[in-house]
Design a binder for this molecule. Structure first.
Ligand code: SAM
Length: 368
């Protein structure tokens, strides 16, 4: 979905500069790339989404990890000043005006205030003081697997009413360019040094923001309670006396196979499904589901451990010809389906360079 600010601009093949490295810059860079622009991002720190975009689309999106300079505007048709401080954006805008280059400024007036959690934690100097006299609340919103259309109506409403949105890399980031002006977005996906923000810090941020009287949305990928640590966030709020509720989301466990044409159950074939994390050793019930062909096994977070998962299943006596499907980046333009069998999925996945995030489906329904 192209940003309304960019609709109609003939950007194909044209150089565009994006300054800023947070989620807003990532969303703009993605939009610009889709419009065919040659995007150069200049920012001292970038969030994980931007990193992934640059790695995935090195031919069209390039990155200089440093502060922007005036000479970065040489030869560009358009500048997008996103994220960073307002002074940084104003400086870039000033350079663009002096050169008569159009500049889209993603600032408080046109979009959200976006901070990464690293700067929040490191400086603690953001303007968080907006006393309302009443206690705020936290709503955990399941954002679905990625496409902006796959968030629920209740989830969209919660986002529209939020004062603060706390997000990470698996939430559908594309919805964040359309939230109301003035919303503060805190990225807890990665700090500037690319370290994950620990769960206890995320809990602390949620509680602290609500105690400032704000309506806080914790935007999560898929469903908040399916391998998403949403339960811990709810407990942290309850323990602090902060009102908390949950808007369920469409889980990648079912939606991503569905989008690739794979029903996780099928009448006459299999009537049960077992969902598990690929980070832990497989439980006996998971091993039995494949060995006995009694349930489809759906593995989340399993790409890095695929070899070990296959080893465990084969060690437990699963048929090597059991079908396996791996669906990467479901619901996004980069969705890809790879099919093989237990015997050869590791080699096939390595050959086609399967990468996370992906859902692994094991069982008869995964056959073509
Ligand atoms: C930490 S779990 C969170 C799951 C989430 N709560 C849900 O219900 O979808 C993250 C894993 O979900 C899966 N996942 C989430 N979104 C995905 C997508 N768009 N395409 C493929 N897999 C996805 C991947 O296995 C990823 O490693």
């Amino acid at each position: 979905m192209t940003s309304p600010l960019l609709v109609g601009l003939p950007l194909a093949g044209r150089d565009v500069l994006v300054t800023g490295g947070g989620p807003a810059a990532a969303a703009h860079a993605g939009d610009l790339r889709q419009a065919g622009a040659l995007v150069r991002v200049v920012a001292p720190h970038v969030c994980e989404d931007l990193h992934e975009l640059v790695v995935r689309d090195a031919a069209t999106v390039t990155l200089d990890e440093r502060e922007p300079r005036e000479s970065d505007l040489d030869g560009v048709w358009l500048v997008v000043a996103a994220d960073g401080g307002s002074t940084d954006r104003a400086r870039v805008q000033g350079w663009a005006e002096a050169r008569r280059i159009w500049c889209v400024v993603d600032d408080d007036a046109t979009a959200a205030q976006i901070h990464d959690a690293g700067s929040l934690l490191a400086h603690g100097d953001l303007d968080l003081r907006r006393p309302t006299g009443t206690l705020g609340a936290v709503t955990l919103v399941g954002g679905g697997p990625g496409a902006p259309e796959l968030i629920t109506v209740a989830g969209r409403r919660a986002l529209a009413e939020a004062d603060v949105i706390v997000t990470d890399r698996l939430g559908p980031r594309s919805v964040l360019t359309n939230v109301r002006p003035g919303v503060e977005i805190i990225d807890v996906g990665k700090t500037p040094g690319h370290h994950p923000v620990p769960q206890h810090e995320i809990n602390r941020i949620l509680v602290e923001q609500a105690q400032l009287g704000r309506r806080v949305v914790r935007l999560k990928g898929g469903d908040p309670f399916l391998l998403g640590r949403g339960g811990e966030e709810v407990l942290a709020c309850q323990e602090a006396g902060v009102p908390v509720d949950v808007v369920p989301g469409i889980s990648s466990a079912f939606a991503v196979p569905a989008l690739a044409g794979i029903p996780v159950t099928q009448r006459g074939l299999v009537a049960a499904v077992h969902v598990t994390s690929g980070h832990e050793p497989l439980a006996d019930a998971a091993l039995a589901s494949v060995r006995e062909e009694s349930a489809t096994l759906v593995v989340l977070m399993g790409v890095g451990n695929l070899g070990h998962i296959v080893e465990q299943l084969r060690g437990a006596g699963a048929d090597p010809s059991t079908p396996v499907a791996v669906v990467e980046r479901g619901s996004t333009p980069e969705q890809r389906l790879t099919r093989a069998t237990l015997a050869d999925i590791v080699a096939v996945a390595a050959e086609v360079r399967v990468r996370a995030p992906a859902v692994i489906v094991i069982g008869a329904v995964a056959a073509s």
